[in-house]
Design a protein around this ligand. Structure first.
Ligand code: NAD
Length: 484
């Protein structure tokens, strides 16, 4: 059994403590590796190492820093299928879903290659006679990146390329449930020629995170995970004087109006609700029908859920893999029970038994307005359906919700789409789209309890987060000029 190691001082070395956890393939129950639950001592060594490498890396011209990214992009392409298979093995999603997330990750490497333009400052000549003012962007220092289980490749790549091209050094902390993908990504980054000490990796859980949040040399923290932990990270890192971007959980509604193309809506809503077994922060877990569309929509969603092929994501034709582990599967089963106790009607019950693995099948249930599931992030293949007679009332209801990650609308009316775009209080919005995932050159814009901070992941926001602005005011009197 492979015991994973930490990457510190440009070599893989064992963690200092003895605690470990198994990494399990959720489709087969096979134990893939043991991950160490490192200690604060390991974190300190990684941070000191990143700090030591900072001077050399920040003084490396940006034109050279991006050469590493160009090589990295090529290495990710060359190893694309192997990385995608690894994601499916430790995370459970289908091979196509793994390919999709890796592609989205690589797009961030491509955007980061534009750093020479993206990090430009600006300059005014003569703000007063003989005085000029300029703004330059400089790296922040040692940055930490703490990531969740559901996108083991894409989410680290929302941050890592931007932090590096801006001249920072980093400490990575992958999810202890899917630690191997980031090990592969880091090995390729080293092959691409990243200098020693610039990127470090420490495996572990809460103890590692707390040591990062308290370490005086860590200047910025990027986090993605559940709302409860995101709020904690934001508060604690801020208390220790760091800049923070912390993306949290979600409960995303999708509205279907009577004038929507129902065939298209059904297919897209099913992909959004059941794709990645519902373990996406942009999964549309609540469908809201308006007006006369209700019965036909319910029947088409039941049929779409029932026909979905569930199994090992590596197998041909499988459309939905398992949940991340048995605890997660049992939690989702328990939430379906609660829904039924609180008056939900089960149109499709996904609580089937499997010989092995952490599988559930798609579930479709109507939800009364009093159900606590309307505000609970289920994070499984469960679609709740509710009904309103009036679109204005749906928008009002969405805006009262605590989360603001995403809302979508299906309609053929431009005016209704425009009203929704203007009024819905969410950061990512889809019109006739089921997963409004921003491309790498747009920010991933959660609002409310789905995000704590100011600057989001990806694109220009990433560049701004990983640089601090310096303003210089210069006086060079004419009289000082020398004649040569
Ligand atoms: P999680 O919050 O359990 O874990 C995320 C990270 O935090 C992991 O690295 C974990 O080791 C660490 N962690 C866990 N508990 C901690 C604690 N008490 N103190 C300090 N660190 C802790 O999240 P998860 O289950 O891995 O991921 C699923 C969640 O992430 C869902 O809520 C999902 O909506 C959210 N998510 C959000 C986005 C987004 O962009 N908003 C994207 C993906 C996932």
């Amino acid at each position: 059994m492979t015991l994973l190691a930490n990457w510190i001082e440009h070599r893989w070395e064992p963690a200092s403590g003895s605690a470990t956890q198994q990494v399990i393939n959720p489709a087969t129950d096979e134990v893939l590796a043991e991950v160490p639950l490192s200690t604060g001592e390991d974190v300190d060594r990684a941070v000191q190492c990143a700090q030591k490498a900072l001077k050399g890396w920040r003084n490396t011209p940006v034109t050279e820093r991006i050469q590493v990214m160009f090589k990295y992009k090529q290495l990710l392409e060359d190893n694309f299928e192997q990385i995608a298979r690894g994601i499916t093995q430790e995370c459970g999603k289908t091979l196509d879903e793994s390919r999709g997330e890796l592609r989205r990750g690589i797009e961030n490497v491509e955007v980061a290659c534009g750093a020479p333009i993206l990090i430009q400052g600006y300059h005014n000549e003569d703000i007063a006679p003989g005085i000029d003012e300029l703004m330059i962007r400089q790296p922040v220092g040692v940055c930490a990146i703490i990531t969740p289980f559901n996108f083991p490749a894409m989410i680290p790549l929302w941050f890592l390329p931007y932090a590096l091209v801006c001249g920072n050094t980093v400490v990575l902390k992958p999810s202890e449930r899917v630690p191997q993908t980031l090990v592969t990504l880091l090995n390729l980054l080293n092959q691409a020629g990243l200098p020693a000490g610039v990127a470090n990796l420490v495996h572990g859980a809460k103890e590692v995170v707390d040591a990062i949040l308290e370490h005086p040399l860590v200047k910025a923290v990027s986090f993605v995970g559940s709302t409860q932990v995101a709020r904690y990270i934001y508060a604690k890192a801020s208390q220790h004087g760091k800049r923070v971007q912390a993306q949290g959980g979600a409960k995303n509604p999708i509205i279907v109006l009577p004038d929507a193309d129902l065939e298209m809506a059904t297919k897209i809503v099913a992909d959004s609700a059941f794709g990645c077994a519902g373990q996406r922060c942009l999964a549309s877990s609540l469908a809201v029908t308006v007006g006369g569309v209700k019965e036909e929509f319910l029947e088409s969603m039941r049929a779409a859920g029932q026909s979905r092929k569930v199994g090992n994501g590596l197998d041909e034709g499988v459309q939905m893999g398992p949940l991340i582990n048995k605890a997660s599967r049992d939690r989702v089963k328990g939430l379906i029970d609660i829904g039924v106790q609180q008056g939900a009607e089960l149109l499709l019950d996904g609580r089937a038994d499997f010989d092995k693995g952490s599988f559930l099948k798609p579930t479709v249930m109507t939800m009364p307005m009093s159900s606590e599931l309307l505000t609970t992030e289920i994070f499984g293949p469960v679609l709740g359906v509710l009904h309103f007679e009036d679109m204005d009332k749906v928008i009002e209801w969405i805006n009262q919700g605590k989360y603001g990650n995403q809302a979508c609308l299906f309609t053929s009316s431009g005016a209704n789409a425009r009203k929704f775009r203007h009024e819905a209080e969410v950061g990512n919005l889809g019109i006739n789209i089921g997963v409004a995932a921003p491309m790498a050159f747009f920010p991933f814009s959660g609002w409310k309890d789905s995000f704590f901070g100011d600057l989001h992941a990806q694109g220009r926001h990433g560049i701004e987060f990983y640089t601090q602005t310096k303003v210089v005011v210069e006086r060079w009197p004419k009289e000082w000029s020398r004649k040569f």
